[in-house]
Design a protein around this ligand. Structure first.
Ligand code: HAM
Length: 418
């Protein structure tokens, strides 16, 4: 590793790639605001207890992946591994009256100490949303529709939406007993995590990716059949709303999700362009006991991994290869021309155009090379004779057409030719 490289599993995000990030973030703001969501920015680190209590102390995230450290005052702090826990803390801090709904979205870095691989980073970026305070299958379905709307707005298609129900906490107890019976006599052949989960969180056994555990998972009973009437009806309604909105989905009875706060609806979106880490987004309905509250606060939401969205866009051949920050490049032949172009640059920028120029009076050839490299559409060429005639040359760098334009008409000409 070179001295200037960032740590493994982290990246610098620079031009031109950063333009794709900006474009995805802009789409998120546009789409989420159509559904009444406003932006929330929470701290990147929180008290460790904020995450343990919400995400669940038996989850992989809490057990194996959190970046937890003591500050100088001996407090245990953690870099946020996901956005839901901090969002719920912030919403509890703002206060939500009984029956009130708050809709927020967030975007930014999250941190998990995982083994770096394609699409798996230690500092990655999520775009997420949470609708907090109300419980309704219609809100769950609308949330999923918004996720699909957002993905499509970025140009990502060909994805697969899987949904399932975890049932309410009370309704799923009988299913847990049946699962326990099913796995009881198979425990010896299962991985260490599954052996632990048998007592701590039986549902997560269905989510295990280890080869040796697959036979037991495949033969496990369909838990949906075992959920109580209320949970089944809730899920049927979610599906019926999705049908009404024309959202395509597959019901996957093995989908449980890796975080403990989920109840009722859970969903995940995968994309074939991603390889092994194929989940581009995941979410669902949840209940979280926020600091200072007696009763759990309900919510529904999802988060997408921006790095994984970019992998999907690349696989679809949709990453832009002609990104440019420059509309027009000013070429100055001589000091008088540079003096003129410094003023012209201010006028063009004031008119909303992006301008690059040469500041060093390089040769014509070198300046034209720089103009082409900037990927500007137009080059404005000014030399002594242009200053005398009060006209300048404007070259279209894509077609090589060249026009003579009077000083007074330059801004209009540039605006109508970029
Ligand atoms: P999650 O499934 O843990 O859910 O993460 C959501 C998305 O973040 C994943 O689908 C993936 O695209 C991305 N992601 C997760 N870990 C990594 C990683 N190490 N490297 C790159 N990308 C990653 C949550 O975080 C929940 N808070 C979602 C949610 C919101 N549920 C309800 N509301």
């Amino acid at each position: 590793m070179g001295k200037a490289e960032p740590l493994p599993g982290t990246s610098d995000i620079c031009f031109p790639e950063v333009q794709e990030w900006v474009s995805i973030e802009n789409s998120a703001r546009t789409v989420f605001s159509k559904y009444g969501y406003s932006e929330l920015r929470t701290p990147i680190f929180e008290r460790t207890s904020v995450f343990i209590k919400s995400i669940g102390d038996e989850t992989d995230v809490v057990q194996k992946e959190m970046y937890t450290f003591e500050d100088r005052g001996g407090r245990s702090l953690t870099l946020r591994p996901e956005g839901t826990a901090g969002t719920m803390r912030a919403i509890a801090n703002m206060g939500v009256a009984q029956g009130e709904e708050r809709r927020v979205f967030y975007m930014g870095p999250m941190f998990r100490g995982e083994r770096p691989a394609k699409g798996r980073k230690r500092q990655f970026h999520q775009i997420g949303v949470e609708s907090v305070g109300k419980v309704s299958p219609a809100i769950d379905a609308e949330n999923i529709a918004m996720l699909v709307d957002f993905l499509e707005s970025t140009g990502i298609n060909g994805f697969k939406l899987k949904i399932n129900s975890r049932g309410s906490r009370e309704d799923r107890k009988p299913a847990e007993d049946v699962l326990r019976k099913h796995f009881e006599d198979k425990l010896e052949g299962l991985c260490e995590d599954c052996q632990r989960r048998f007592t701590t969180n039986i549902w997560r056994m269905l989510d295990c990716k280890q080869e040796g555990c697959q036979a037991g998972i495949e033969s496990a009973p369909d838990t949906f059949e075992l959920l109580g009437e209320e949970s089944c009806n809730y899920f049927r309604q979610v599906c019926s709303y999705l049908d009404k909105m024309g959202i395509e989905y597959v019901i996957d009875p093995r989908l449980v999700r890796g975080l403990d706060y989920y109840v009722h609806t859970v969903f995940e979106i995968s994309h074939p362009g991603l390889g092994a880490q194929d989940a581009i987004s995941g979410g669902g309905r949840y209940e979280i006991v926020v600091p200072g509250a007696k009763k759990p606060l309900p919510g529904v939401g999802f988060a997408l991994g921006v790095e994984r969205m970019l992998i999907a866009l690349e696989a679809l051949g949709k990453l832009k290869d002609d990104v440019s920050l420059t509309d027009v490049f000013l070429v100055s032949m001589g000091q008088d021309a540079l003096d003129h172009n410094m003023t012209l640059a201010s006028q063009l920028r004031a008119a909303g155009l992006s301008v690059a120029m040469d500041y060093e009076l390089k040769s014509m050839k070198a300046q034209m090379r720089a103009a082409n490299k900037s990927a500007a559409k137009l080059a404005v060429i000014v030399g002594e004779s242009e200053l005398e005639a009060k006209e300048l040359q404007i070259k279209n760098l894509q077609t090589s057409d060249q026009a003579t334009v009077a000083f007074d008409d330059v801004i209009d000409f540039v605006k109508s030719n970029i």
